[in-house]
Unconditional design. Structure first.
Length: 498
């Protein structure tokens, strides 16, 4: 087991501690009592890798009291922005030094391929902290056009106590997306990681304290959604909840707010994102790699997954041949192996849901092109990357988020049909399309109802650009970019009358 100030562990040391069942994530609450713990298992082989706290509504209450006291005392909020920046940069340097350790924790906890944790998730996580650290002393207020008989200015103030409720699919990165902008603005933050993936959040907060973040400004309550998540949603002294997760649970947070103190709610939710291949698309290796990444990256446990491939009928044969050939190089297996691109599903219930989607697609008449089976390695929750052709817009696979490696292919004849199919969804998180025609690109980019649109490639943007969804993919604000700071502020107008 690591201790708060222990030196960084290597990937192999973390894997060894996991084998010995010694990885731990507990609550980090000022004045809190030790929580009951439960076994934490890895989806890699379902073995016990350690213990995690199973927090309660009382733990949330204690954390909120400390968070409120910290906020009102000004211990963090009233530090000069340059000082908050300095502390956050020190934290980012510690995260960099612990990059391998944190990568291995996410790999073992979520079953994510270690190569992606090392090369994508943790670098993006650290960049998020550096970027928000740099932003804080460059945010200016406004002066109102009052004329000469008055003077008025408009400022952004930190909102107060923030609840950050996280999903399991990108544990470290989702932690950074919420915590970095909320904390840098001077708020007190209470984090609830997904109960399946608490390890990296715990270690990152220990490092925050080492860097100088006051303990009451950043606390964590581990535990289940229906206990700790609900208590955060209903708490009368939390000012905003920033949530990433399923649309179903997102709706609950709106109810919690209505039933309690009308706290602000920001939701980043699910998706069923289209990828459109027009008749002039160049299907070179790069394009195919982008389409496969959109569809299967992170085992498709990805909110912006491009799970609907809409292809012009003239391109379908070539596209399917190239996709299936290149997909052959994606190795499914133990995610601790650096050559593996696809690990297990996060847990058995989720694996069952994904396999049911495959069965339903077959029953509804979709044509299986490749994959379609589970593979019995380790835990047995490994699913082959799967492509279905002849998926029409009435089929379940066209409408519902699978959150697993199942790509639906649908054919179109004219551009307007492609746009209509792309927008034929309750979701609107992301979209990508492939064309060489600039006029078409502008028209389609404008017509698509999604928060992020990529042309000739797959992208979620980066930390500089806002990320979030139209329709039932999101509510109330955006993550990333300077827009994310808005979630964690109030706007105040001051008038000097005379
Ligand atoms: P989830 O909704 O099941 O869980 C998310 C969080 O909510 C967890 O911390 C969980 O403990 C908590 N929770 C669960 N039930 C709750 C309840 N009754 N009350 C309060 N809190 C509760 O989602 P998940 O399975 O962890 O993540 C998958 C979903 O997240 C997918 O739909 C995916 O598309 C979405 N997602 C969206 C984004 C985005 O940025 N838009 C990013 C990642 C994931």
């Amino acid at each position: 087991m690591t201790t708060a100030n222990s030196s960084p562990l290597s990937v192999q040391q973390v894997f060894e501690l996991a084998k010995q069942g010694k990885l731990f994530a507990g609550n980090l609450i000022v004045g809190g009592k030790p929580a009951k713990t439960v076994d934490n298992t890895t989806p890699i082989d379902n073995s016990v890798i350690g213990q995690i706290a199973d927090g309660t509504a009382d733990d949330v209450d204690v954390a909120v009291k400390a968070a409120r006291e910290c906020f009102e005392s000004g211990e963090w909020k009233d530090k000069h922005p340059a000082e908050r920046k300095r502390i956050m940069q020190a934290w980012a340097r510690l995260l960099e030094a612990h990059k391998d350790e944190l990568s291995a924790l996410d790999c073992i906890d979520a079953g994510k391929p270690i190569s992606e944790c090392l090369n994508t998730d943790l670098p993006a996580t650290i960049e998020t902290f550096n970027w928000y650290a740099e932003s804080v002393d460059k945010v200016f207020g406004k002066v109102a056009p009052t004329g000469t008989d008055a003077f008025s200015w408009v400022v952004k103030e930190p909102i107060g106590v923030v609840g950050a409720v996280l999903p399991w699919n990108f544990p470290a990165q989702m932690f950074a997306w919420k915590v970095a902008p909320a904390l840098i603005m001077g708020n007190s933050v209470i984090v609830k990681p997904a109960e399946l993936t608490s390890l990296s959040a715990y270690r990152m907060i220990e490092l925050a304290y080492q860097a100088g973040v006051p303990k009451a400004a950043l606390q964590m309550v581990c535990g289940r959604g229906e206990t700790v998540g609900q208590a955060i949603g209903l708490h009368p002294d939390i000012d905003v909840v920033s949530f990433t997760g399923s649309t179903e649970v997102g709706r609950l947070f709106l109810q919690y707010s209505a039933q309690s103190n009308l706290k602000e709610i920001v939701l980043e939710l699910g998706g069923k994102s289209p990828q459109i291949v027009f008749d002039d698309a160049i299907l070179d290796d790069d394009a195919i790699d982008n389409m496969l990444a959109a569809a299967f990256w992170n085992m498709s446990e990805n909110c912006s997954c491009g799970s609907r491939l809409l292809v012009h009928h003239s391109k379908k044969a070539e596209l399917l041949a190239k996709l299936t050939e290149k997909l052959g190089a994606w190795q499914l297996g133990d995610p601790r192996d650096e050559n593996v691109s696809l690990g297990p599903m996060i847990e058995q219930a989720h694996f069952d849901k994904v396999m049911n989607h495959i069965k339903t697609a077959q029953n509804e008449g979709a044509k299986l092109i490749t994959g379609g089976h589970s593979v019995n390695i380790g835990s047995g929750w490994y699913v082959e990357p799967t492509i279905f052709d002849e998926v029409d817009s009435q089929m379940t696979l066209f409408k519902q988020e699978v959150f697993g490696p199942v790509l639906a292919v649908t054919t179109f004849d004219v551009d307007n049909d492609a746009i209509a199919l792309a927008n034929d969804s309750d979701y609107g998180l992301a979209a990508s399309f492939y064309t060489q025609n600039l006029g078409r690109a502008l028209k389609v980019a404008n017509a698509i109802k999604a928060g992020t649109v990529s042309i000739n490639g797959f992208s979620e943007g980066d930390i500089t650009t806002p990320f979030g969804g139209y329709k039932q993919s999101g509510f109330g604000g955006r993550d990333n970019g300077l827009e994310a700071l808005e979630q964690y502020c109030q706007t105040k107008t001051v008038w000097v009358v005379r």
